[in-house]
Design a protein around this ligand. Structure first.
Ligand code: PMP
Length: 436
């Protein structure tokens, strides 16, 4: 007769398992059954309960290295003490705005942003997310130019509210909601001739990501952004640079458009601006654009929660940390290490890996088929490394760790992806091709 010894850790694991299962059931019953199944398939069938620095802890007691970094949200890592402290202090005074009196955190953050941003982006409209930041940019461009149309790019991701979605360049997300806001066309990314040809007398602005994030971490050739600036200047239209994902150090510079010395007329931020603690969106613009947009009616565009004290306190602390810890420089150095490591991974797996690319700590690894990416993500998660594919290109696994990531943590993630690809190749070797 065998005796089963129940240890304390077995009990913890069993309890964690059953609480995870009950939450997953709630997702299926009340949130989104398809999403629940996708997360389970990806290997994320646990509950996140706490996080610190580059790590996320789950109910079952596992500790994960976060190489997704909240799609750019956790540039400072999780719960950076300076941001947490600033938010706590603000929470104890006044978290949200009456929207009647003036309030200091918003004014100070707008001033700091004007300080660090390229060119003459002296004004900021605050909102709560990336898509709202883009939505505001599109509206402001329309009112400032008196024109209606936009040139965007294939593969672009600008958000999923109706205006931003019109600029987003993937049919799978667009088609179910058509007709979208009219007047937005999509040209191939990294192609100046196509952009120039698409501009006409109705065009208000070109909207562009300096690196396409969700499009598959697509880095354009040098000169692309500067070329777009010239096209906009020649046509007398606005350049909107969407730095929701690239902004605030991620690519090795405070703003990715600084790599080319380009200053846009409108610039959008979100994700990292909240320091990994608060949601926030920001749309920056020049005085000229602002005067044309807001002079007649200061309430022409507004948001109840946008610019609230908690979010702005987080933003102020985040910018301070990025500067004090020189996180843009850290991103450049660690990004080189990561890209070099990914190139070695590619050399070892040339059948499965088509390409690796990146700028700073915004890196991606493109697989020859989607199945490889899916199985590799699952293998990485089992090895304790969080990863995900890019929304507009499921063949690409993105690696966007916090900018505070260490050299050892990068090596750990590289080992995990290397082993996970080995496993994926072996597992898929005898299967027919899935649909990509
Ligand atoms: N713009 C870019 C460049 C993005 O990467 C994203 C989100 N991935 C958005 C806009 C939309 O941001 P949100 O999900 O906060 O609405």
């Amino acid at each position: 007769m065998s005796v089963v010894v129940q240890t304390e850790s077995d009990t913890v694991t069993a309890e964690a398992r059953s609480s995870a299962e009950s939450v997953i059931d709630l997702y299926k019953a009340h949130i989104n059954p398809g999403l629940a199944r996708l997360l389970q398939f990806g290997g994320f069938d646990d509950l996140e309960v706490s996080a610190s620095g580059c790590h996320v802890m789950t109910a079952s007691g596992r500790r994960y290295l976060d190489f997704l970094g909240g799609f750019g949200v956790f540039s400072l890592g999780h719960r950076h003490p300076a941001v947490v402290q600033a938010v706590h202090a603000q929470l104890d005074r006044m978290p949200l705005s009456t929207r009647t009196f003036f309030q200091e955190p918003q004014a100070r953050l707008a001033e700091r942003l004007a300080d660090v941003a390229p060119g003459n982006l002296t004004y900021t409209f605050f909102s709560n997310s990336g898509t709202e930041a883009v939505e505001a940019a599109l509206k402001i461009a329309r009112i400032a130019t008196g024109k209606t149309n936009f040139v965007s790019t294939i593969g672009a991701y600008h958000g999923k509210s109706m205006g931003s979605l019109a600029a987003t360049g993937r049919d799978k997300f667009r088609q179910p909601f058509e007709p979208l806001v009219p007047g937005c066309c999509h040209v191939p990314y990294d192609n100046l001739d196509a952009a120039a040809a698409a501009v006409d007398e109705r065009t208000a602005a070109i909207i562009i990501e300096p690196v396409q994030g969700e499009g598959g971490i697509v880095t354009p050739r040098r000169g692309y952004l500067a070329g777009l600036r010239r096209i906009c200047d020649a046509a007398g239209i606005l350049l909107i640079v969407d730095e929701v994902q690239t902004g605030l150090g991620r690519t090795g510079r405070m703003f990715a458009c600084e790599h080319e010395g380009v200053a846009p007329d409108l610039l959008t931020l979100a994700k990292a601006l909240g320091g990994g603690v608060m949601p926030i969106g920001a749309t920056m613009g020049t005085e000229e654009v602002w005067n044309r947009a807001f002079t007649t009616n200061p309430y022409v565009h507004s948001s109840t929660f946008g610019g609230n004290q908690l979010a702005c306190a987080a933003g102020l602390a985040a910018i301070q940390v990025i500067e004090d810890e020189d996180l843009a420089a850290a991103a450049a150095i660690r990004g080189e290490q990561l890209l070099a490591g990914l190139n070695s991974v590619k050399a070892r797996h040339h059948d499965a890996v088509a390409n690796v690319r990146g700028l700073g700590l915004m890196t991606g690894i493109e697989f020859t088929k989607q199945d490889y990416a899916e199985v590799t993500i699952n293998g990485m998660v089992r090895r304790g490394v969080i990863a995900a594919y890019t929304l507009n290109n499921p063949c690409v696994i993105r690696m966007e760790p916090p900018l505070v990531v260490t050299a050892d943590e990068i090596d750990e993630a590289l080992r995990a992806i290397d082993e996970a690809i080995d496993e994926a190749v072996e597992m898929l070797a005898d299967l027919p091709d899935g649909d990509a």
